[in-house]
Design a protein around this ligand. Structure first.
Ligand SMILES: Nc1nc2c(ncn2[C@@H]2O[C@H](COP(=O)(O)OP(=O)(O)OP(=O)(O)O)[C@@H](O)[C@H]2O)c(=O)[nH]1
Ligand SMILES: [Mg+2]
Length: 368
């Protein structure tokens, strides 16, 4: 299936982007499903193709009636077949090669619509193109031998009928693709190949404040499946190269055990991105969640992302009492990092240690 073979067009910078500084190029980074466009229904495809065929068919002004009829009807069959194939191919070509996209996106696509179903639907469209091409050739040959205008008309109708039923037969696959497209188009634009720091922790502990404090540029906001909130992606130049920092509101901010399977799977797709997870804990009673609950979430996150290093840090040091810090240290270890995203004290040290964990020898080199 030629159309389903690898296409790098979604990932390679275009000619004009290649000369932009990295920052500007990143902001134009696309997710692999951003160009799917509109998927027409079977009836729309049929109507447009046959409409064009009627309008554009050549009318031969002179000559015997059967010659004029043959020329016109052959033209109609040729144009109708070409238009049907063109439209179906366009739908297929706008999809990326599902085996070549980054596992992060493949997993999310799988949770959202099902990768096998997508492949099956696209494969059905490709097969339909082949059948239409064969029908077109058969009827063009038969029309060339039509001896009367009415025979030419009958053969053209027969060709239309058979080509239309091929398209109608794949109607359910087109409907599937029509429903899948808007869901896939909403996937976040994240560079899956850029080393990523994922920030986790209960609601209100200061995740967003931390991301803001350590990101150089204005963070990007992107939607994420199965959460009404948007994830926030910040960037930062580091001695290890450019790093992205992902704030996960609605994802890693409450117990994973309370999530349904699909939601959990979408969250766990983050494992393909995360090079390190920074887990923030609020030792004060400011965020509204007791330390025990926060530590339980920490354990859950740690168990759910095996192999990804995690760094825990106590936030809100500016308002935490010595007693609160001591209690947290008692549970997390005396050497736990302490910071304040508000005053920015200790923030750089947390980020530096997170990078050390992310890039230390033996740590995975970004993505599986
Ligand atoms: N005093 C103090 N307040 C902080 C600190 N960090 C964050 N806050 C405050 O805590 C509140 C929550 O901070 P956010 O950064 O929005 O927390 P979050 O974890 O992103 O919250 P969600 O997005 O709801 O999960 C805000 O009012 C912040 O101003 C800090 O270090 N000290
Ligand atoms: Mg937040």
């Amino acid at each position: 299936m030629r159309q389903l073979r690898c296409s790098r067009r979604h990932w390679a910078p275009s000619k004009d982007q290649a000369f932009l500084p990295t920052e500007a190029r990143w902001s134009k980074m696309e997710q692999p499903f951003s160009r799917l466009g509109y998927v027409p229904s079977a009836q729309e495809i049929i109507d447009v193709a046959f409409g064009r065929a009627s309008r554009r068919a050549t009318r031969v002004p002179r000559g015997p009636a059967e010659v004029r009829a043959r020329a016109k009807e052959r033209d109609r069959v040729r144009i109708a077949g070409r238009e049907l194939i063109r439209k179906l191919r366009q739908v297929v070509r706008r999809f990326p090669d599902l085996d070549a996209i980054h596992p992060f996106y493949r997993e999310l696509a799988d949770v959202l619509v099902g990768v096998d179903e997508l492949k099956k639907a696209l494969g059905a469209l490709v097969k339909a193109c082949r059948i239409i091409r064969r029908l077109q050739a058969t009827y063009l040959a038969r029309l060339a031998r039509a001896s009367t205008p009415s025979e030419a008309d009958r053969l053209r109708r027969e060709a239309y009928g058979r080509m239309a039923s091929v398209v109608k037969r794949i109607g359910k696959y087109l409907e599937f693709l029509r429903a899948a497209t808007p869901k896939l188009a909403r996937l976040p634009s994240i560079d899956p190949d850029m080393p990523t720091v994922v920030v986790a922790g209960y609601t209100n502990v200061g995740k967003s404040s931390f991301v803001k404090a350590i990101s150089s540029a204005k963070p990007e906001v992107a939607s994420y499946p199965f959460t009404t909130k948007s994830i926030v992606v910040g960037h930062r130049e580091t001695p290890y190269g450019k790093v992205q920092i992902i704030d996960t509101p609605g994802l890693l901010d409450r117990p994973l055990s309370e999530r349904n399977r699909i939601e959990l799977q979408a969250i766990l797709a983050l494992k393909h991105l995360a090079r390190v997870i920074v887990f923030l804990v609020d030792p004060t009673d400011h965020c509204g969640f007791p330390l025990d609950s926060q530590l339980r979430l920490y354990e859950e996150v740690r168990a759910s992302f095996p192999g990804i290093p995690m760094l825990v840090a106590l936030n809100k040091a500016d308002i935490a009492t010595e007693e609160q810090l001591e209690r947290a240290r008692g549970l997390l270890g005396q050497d736990v990092l302490v910071m304040s995203a508000l005053t920015r004290e200790g923030v750089e040290e947390v980020f530096r240690r997170a990078l050390e964990l992310a890039f230390r020898e033996g740590s995975r080199a970004g993505g599986p």
